[in-house]
Design a protein around this ligand. Structure first.
Ligand code: F6R
Length: 243
């Protein structure tokens, strides 16, 4: 795509068309959602489609990829706050259908929570579309280098580079949590469609590694090369290192 605006509108249309088609048959649409800068314009377009073109989220169920740990849902940097501000507060979604990993759990509650998160996704028939960004470490969700291809939802330690990239939101790297709860690579892989989006020159080198590099846990996004259901949606800058 020439730029992230046209790309984001195209991704939003794909999501909206699926919601509409499933809704006509009385079926849920199960969306896997990402936070960060990358999907913001997709969410803005979904809000516009809701406000101006009657797109309803009444039959939509969502599962977010990840949340910092520990994190209070009402903290400004929480992914709960992000999702409300960028999407949920502006559409007619039933908040009972919204799922985001819980950053307030006690340590001994994390393993059962993660198992229940996986079960809940399966109970809705799995994710229809998972949208992804990509971190400069090659992470998808917060699956940092070293993540296994069959990993499930779990507590992980964030890479130093990831924490540095988040430092602006937290007013310094030392304030960025060292851990997060994330869907696993295996969780993401079970989605019927996976759409990885990347914009800007600063993503060009990691996009090249993800698409053309050797498949390795060193760059978890390379695992996506093994899926037939994945699409990379890029702007010209993010695609500029591809051969
Ligand atoms: C967010 C997530 C991360 C981001 C990635 C890119 O839920 O799981 O993998 O998608 O860190 O972040 P941005 O879009 O801010 O460049």
């Amino acid at each position: 795509y020439v730029d992230d605006n046209t790309a984001s509108v195209a991704v939003a249309k794909r999501i909206a068309d699926l919601i509409t088609a499933n809704g006509a048959e009385g079926k849920h649409t199960v969306l896997g959602l990402a936070t960060g800068a990358t999907p913001v314009k997709v969410y803005a377009e979904l809000i516009r489609l809701h406000k101006e073109e009657g797109l309803s989220f009444k039959n939509v169920v969502t599962f977010n990829l990840d949340e910092y740990y520990p994190m209070k849902p009402n903290a400004a940097q929480s992914y709960v706050a992000f999702m409300k501000a960028q999407l949920f507060d502006h559409v007619d979604i039933n908040m009972d259908n919204v799922h985001i990993p819980d950053g307030t759990l006690a340590e001994d509650e994390i393993v059962p929570f993660c198992a229940a998160y996986e079960k809940k996704i399966s109970s809705y028939g799995g994710l229809d579309i998972q949208i992804l960004g990509i971190g400069r470490t090659g992470h998808i969700g917060f699956n940092e280098p070293g993540s296994a291809p069959n990993s499930g939802t779990r507590l992980v330690t964030l890479d130093d580079l990831t924490r540095r990239d988040a430092s602006r939101d937290f007013g310094g790297k030392e304030n960025v949590p060292t851990k997060a709860i994330t869907m696993g690579i295996g969780t993401i892989f079970k989605a019927k469609q996976i759409i990885l989006m990347a914009w800007n020159k600063k993503k060009a080198s990691i996009v090249k590694k993800a698409v053309e590099g050797e498949i390795s846990s060193e760059v978890p996004a390379t695992y996506l090369q093994l899926s037939n259901n994945v699409e990379f949606v890029l702007d010209q800058d993010a695609a500029s290192d591809l051969t």
